[in-house]
Write a protein of this length. Structure first.
Lengths: 431, 544
């Protein structure tokens, strides 16, 4: 039996890196400090030496790679999608494959915090790392997110109850606001809960901007919240020491989307004329922040990138996976560490079943069920080392605690790149 | 073996000023005379051409957390500045903030073979190294920001200098960094309370230390550890009308100690009427001239689009409020901060015009070219692809005078620049773009073409128009291999990551662990970047 300390859990954007894992005979026997969400990362992890399949038939890795390369090479408009649950090592290779193929590459950001990225392009983003929240924040605002269910250890490690250098008493040193359309586990822990009417985030945020500017609002209530309560929040935001707003898909995936987020970002930016205030998007998947980072340093854009013209072009709505698929524009797909058949609208999912699809994933998912080629790959952070970016964009190393015979995403993707007909000659020319 | 034959060689570190020489390369190094064996060698005829060591950029923002948010922030920057995938070369995009591969290609195509990333927050050093792995051709290293570090400021306050020294050594190893970077010492910490510092003796909130003490201590530590570079300092009051005065005071505070002041143009102003800034280059240059252990880079302004990005959080917020528009801020726990504001410098703007001439005045008033280096603080004052334009401004006083006539009249009024007729020679240019920065960085195999030097060589065709000449080298060699021919990439090998590994008393680690438990959200055990994560790399020795 061996114990691995300081293991990073890859379930969500918290990337808690204090997990303790006991391994017995190459299997995970016990996991400590992990939350209910993260437990499955270790307990349900698949590491058996399963072979790749082509049309359901088990084949050698080489054969599966050759078939994947053939599919992608013959496609006119291949789509590479997912990325967010891989490590940066796999993500980098996925983008390289897109560049080589002239493919479209999109990530799960496009169906979660893609609008947050658009808001950043419009407004900027006054932000900070989670340690600043831990050490300094005396006012915390959760808007359209429910970390008590989605990011279970967020409160204890980073925000609500965390004890830091200027917040030695933890919860007692902070005021917590929750803004949402319904009561949640998070709102139950808050000092103040503002329940909005569905679809009124933008109006409420605009009202707060007016109040922070000291302008009067000629109304009793906005979006189901009394202006008196909003005035109190505005005053608290202006007078706190260090405020932090966490925002989630309640803002990005409701009517208004990026416009909602831009309004929050503007509010936070303007608060810095009075005190210090930051905003941190609650990124979901363990390394979805990394997929933004990798795609940005390689292409210039965080998601929805087409290499069809031989250079990167950004086109949300045009090069986003749901749209590409639903319009029937993708004629082959490679899905990396994601399960779009389970989550996409029916038309997009049906298209994935209709075209030749390649899946790289540690676990068998619904998309694998419709795919032509399936690569069971290693799990970064459990049986493969790698790097992932936390929701505050701090890169964290992922450890391997058990062995596996499976290839990593990086290895499979590199194999596909090398197997593409023109690729070998090109590489020789360069190095 | 490869030979570059019959070129006019400018190799100031070896005192060679345009003499016709042959340069021989083997196994990535310059070959000593007694080992030259032309038998079977590949040769390049450089008759009539100018041969220099590969360019060395001592201060540029090319990778890492801040640069990447800059890329994400500016899709409009990338459109129209794309490069297509060709052969095995990556496609890319970006003008002020190019993608990683494009950055490496563009530097190489300009004849530069070594570039230093000027500001990496320790906590996000891993990100810097990940991007380094995707930045081809050039050798590179990262400066690690320390001027607002809690552990250090506490040690300084409590008078535990040796502990501060050991911590810095540990931190440089943990981050695989190259040098100590100081940005607005104390001011970034105060920004976390909404404030800043304005004078060297202002107090840092919560730490009872001053910018002066931070500068002194890190200067002492740098010498104690024998780091190859000197402390790389972005001083207080950047962009302010009082910056010239506090720069001169900072030079005095260094008290003869070795140091480098970066992008000095941004810190050499005095207040004019109203909100106008004026050049304070005369006072600053005089202070530099009389401080023989000091080196500087200019951060020359280039008219056109730029993206300001610094670890100087309060400066960026001030700029945001001045300019309106987009603003990114990023406070990093226990260490530093930073921000980004896109800008465009216009000759029709009086303050931009003053910034432009202040940089040139520094270049022309600082006597010793070995102590003043060419940078644009990319992408803060201009994009690095415009270095050839800056070279032309330095070498060609007629071009300078002509450009001066086009700037804002309020900046022209009373300006000293037209009186400065000095013109840089090719030898001077080889110093300020190669030999000088390499020497300041302590890179003994860079910036020269003597035996044993890295075979990083650039060959230019001499032209009357120096901008044209330096924009498109005939040949560029990296580690002895041809990477650019006629201004176009022909190979893209991976360069080295240069880092240091100073020694320290490991007793410090227990105190650092304790600090991590108190203040960090990443485990001590997961913080350090391991050598396995780096790819091709080299530890540059310390002299202690």
């Amino acid at each position: 039996m061996s114990t691995h300390e300081h293991v990073t859990c890859t379930f969500c954007g918290c990337l808690c890196d204090d997990i303790s894992v006991e391994v017995e005979d190459g299997h995970i026997a016990a996991v400590k400090r992990v939350c209910a969400n993260g437990r499955g990362v270790f307990a349900e992890h698949c590491s058996d030496a399963r072979r790749p399949t082509v049309e359901g038939r088990e084949v050698d890795l080489e054969e599966a790679i050759a078939e994947a390369a053939r599919i992608l090479d013959q496609a006119d408009s291949p789509l590479i999608y997912g990325l967010s649950s891989s490590a940066t090592e796999g993500q980098r290779k996925a983008v390289e494959l897109a560049d080589v193929l002239g493919a479209v590459v999109d990530t799960t950001s496009s169906v979660c915090h893609g609008p947050t990225g658009l808001a950043l392009q419009e407004i900027g983003e006054p932000s900070c790392t989670l340690g600043e929240v831990r050490n300094r924040a005396d006012l915390i605002l959760f808007w359209g997110c429910n970390p008590s269910a989605s990011h279970v250890r967020h409160f204890g490690r980073y925000s609500v109850t965390a004890k830091g250098t200027l917040t030695p008493r933890g919860r007692q040193d902070r005021t917590v606001y929750v803004v949402d359309v319904r009561p949640t586990g998070t709102s139950k822990t808050a000092d103040h809960f503002l329940q909005l009417r569905v679809g009124s985030d933008y109006e409420v945020l605009s009202t707060l901007r007016l109040l922070v500017r000291g302008e009067s609002v000629p109304a009793e209530e906005v979006g189901g919240v009394s202006v008196a309560e909003l005035s109190e929040l505005a005053e608290r935001m202006k007078s706190c020491r260090f405020g932090v707003a966490f925002m989630g898909m309640g803002l990005t995936m409701s009517a208004g989307r990026n416009v909602n987020v831009a309004e929050l970002f503007s509010l936070v930016a303007e608060l810095n004329d009075h005190t210090r205030f930051s905003v941190i998007p609650m990124r979901g998947h363990g390394n979805v922040a990394g997929s933004d980072q990798v795609l940005t340093w390689l292409s210039g854009y965080p998601f929805a990138v087409s290499y069809a013209r031989g250079y990167p072009q950004f086109g949300p709505g045009e090069f986003t996976a749901v749209d590409m698929l639903a319009r029937g524009e993708a004629d082959a797909a490679l899905i990396l560490a994601s399960d779009p058949v389970a989550h996409f609208p029916r038309a997009a999912a049906e298209r994935l079943a209709a075209i030749p699809t390649i899946v790289l994933d540690p676990c068998e998912n619904l998309t694998a069920g419709v795919a032509r080629v399936v690569f069971p790959t290693a799990t970064y952070g459990v049986d493969a080392v790698g790097t992932a970016y936390r929701m505050d964009n701090v890169a964290i190393r992922l450890r391997a605690v058990v062995p596996t015979e499976r290839p990593t995403d990086e290895q499979v993707l590199e194999g596909i790149i090398q197997a593409l007909p023109e690729r070998a000659a090109q590489l020789e020319a360069v190095t | 073996m490869r030979g570059i034959l019959g070129g006019r060689v400018y190799d100031p570190a070896n005192g060679i000023d345009g003499e016709v020489r042959d340069i021989w390369m083997r196994d990535g190094r310059i070959v000593p005379a007694d080992e030259i064996d032309p038998e079977g060698a590949e040769t390049f005829d450089a008759t009539g051409l100018v041969v220099m060591p590969g360019g060395v950029d001592i201060h540029s923002h090319i990778v890492g957390a801040k640069v990447n948010v800059g890329r994400k922030l500016r899709p409009e920057d990338h459109r129209g500045s794309e490069r297509k995938r060709k052969g095995g070369y990556w496609s890319g995009s970006g003008y002020t903030v190019p993608t990683t591969h494009l950055t490496g290609y563009l530097y190489a195509e300009m004849g530069y073979t070594t570039v230093m990333e000027a500001a990496t927050a320790p906590l996000v050093a891993r990100h810097t190294h990940e991007e380094f792995a995707d930045l081809p051709v050039v050798d590179k290293g990262a400066f690690i920001t320390m001027g607002n570090n809690h552990f250090l400021m506490r040690a300084i306050k409590e008078g535990r200098r040796e502990e501060a020294r050991d911590y810095v050594a540990w931190l440089l190893r943990a981050t695989k960094g190259y040098a100590i970077k100081i940005v607005n010492p104390g001011g970034v910490e105060n920004w976390k309370w909404g404030g800043n510092v304005e004078e060297l003796d202002d107090e840092v909130i919560g730490f009872e230390v001053t910018p002066r003490q931070i500068l002194e201590t890190l200067g002492w530590i740098n010498d104690e550890l024998g780091l190859p570079h000197v402390p790389h300092i972005h001083g207080i009051n950047l962009g302010r009308g009082r910056s010239g005065r506090t720069t001169v005071e900072s030079i005095r505070a260094l008290n003869g100690r070795r140091a480098h002041l970066c992008h000095l143009q941004f810190l050499s102003y005095k207040a004019g009427a109203g909100a106008m800034h004026l050049s304070d280059a005369v006072s600053v240059a005089e202070a530099v001239n009389t401080a023989p252990n000091l080196t500087v880079d200019v951060g020359q302004l280039v008219f056109g689009p730029a993206t300001t990005m610094t670890s100087d959080g309060p400066l960026q917020h001030n700029l945001h409020n001045t300019m309106g528009g987009r603003w990114v801020n990023d406070d990093v726990e226990s260490e530093t901060g930073g921000g980004i504001v896109p800008v465009s410098y216009e000759p029709t703007n009086p303050i931009n015009s003053v910034m432009w001439l202040t940089g040139l005045e520094l270049f022309l008033l600082i006597d010793d070219p070995w102590r003043v280096y060419l940078t644009t603080d990319h992408p803060n004052a201009g994009v690095f692809v415009h270095y050839p334009q800056v070279i032309k401004l330095l070498m060609d006083s007629a071009y300078r005078a002509e450009t001066f006539e086009g700037i804002h009249r309020r900046a022209r009024k009373g300006a000293l620049l037209p009186e400065l007729k000095r013109e840089y020679s090719l030898y001077d240019i080889a110093i300020v773009t190669r030999a000088g920065p390499a020497r300041s960085l302590g890179l003994s195999r860079k910036g020269h073409l003597g035996p044993g030097a890295d075979a990083d060589v650039t060959v230019y065709e001499e032209k009357e128009d120096k901008e044209e000449m330096f924009a498109r080298p005939r040949y560029v060699f990296k580690d002895g291999g041809l990477v650019v021919r006629d201004g176009e990439l022909v190979a893209a090998p991976q360069g080295r990551t240069l880092h240091v590994a100073p020694s320290f008393d490991s007793a410090i680690e227990e105190r650092i662990r304790e600090h991590f438990r108190e203040a960090y959200t990443v485990s001590f055990e997961n913080y350090s970047v391991s050598e396995e994560e780096l790819g091709r790399n080299e530890t540059v020795p310390c002299d202690a």
